[in-house]
Design a protein around this ligand. Sequence first.
Ligand SMILES: [Zn+2]
Length: 345
Amino acid sequence: MFNKTDFIPFSGILCQERAVEFLRRVISRGKIPHAYLFAGIPGIGKTTAALALTGAINCQQQIEGEGCAQCPSCRQIASGNFPDLHMIEPDGQNIKIEQIRELNRILGFKPLSGKYRVSIIRQAETMTEEAANSLLKILEEPPQNNILILNVTEPQALFPTIVSRCQKILFRPIPVQAIADWLIVQQAMEKEEATALARISEGSLGRAIRMCDEGFFEMREEFLSDLMQLPNLTLEQTLDKALQYARKDKKGAGETGNTGANLFELLSIWKSWYRDLLFVKLKCPSHLLINVDFSRKLQNISRHTNIESLMESFFILDQSQRDLLQNRNLDLLIENAFLSLRRLA
Ligand SMILES: [Zn+2]
């Protein structure tokens, strides 16, 4: 969402009323804490809210606690050219000490705009221990007119000493219906497809948008057809297929710095498939399916399955996703998942 060149004010952030209301109140009182912790899963508006905050406090003609979207500051924020906005993202797997040293150097100067400098640290949990210690020193003696915003999925993944120095704001997963409605209006998507994508994105609008941009429906088709083929493969072919996926993923990671993103989607889609098969097997109403647009196919396949192996397959995928997030050995992880699913199919 950060790449869009429209300025998104607080009022444009989907379903984060509490977080947004809190930020607005702080701004209207004029007592802005020097450090925030924005906590919640990726893709639910943490960076967008950080940018809306940057706009609101730097706007040259603030309107009711919001950036105006028109003035040079707001326009620069939207296009990523605002001189007092400093964004830190993982360099490869981690945020490194050099990045925090650079931040410290920048903080030594007064904000160029004369108002506030905002530094946003995305995926702050990826900081190395050295980087985190270095950041802690900054938080102990924050320079004036600077605001630090740490974005994090799980605050527990940070040093408690860092967490305690930040004002914590929780961002909640977005309801499926709100994401589906957004996709129908903004991306002109059909209702069934929008619902399927909204459900699979698990409350993350950012993920739904990314999946849509990456051709989610073609990707799902390909992933599911590979899953169907799994029982027909020899042991060697299965391992080959698993490594193909792992390699493709590593190649993509070089460009996006997002190791495991493609594999994560693969595991997600396969998991949703087993979940749906279980639902069909247990005769749950079809409007509860994730892959609603495949309900007939699911009905047909479920006849040749049993509940125990469906559940086991689901849990294997769920565990593999967790392991992937922990940066376990990618090749080994995916090989194991493929072999287990093949055995159960
Ligand atoms: Zn403005």
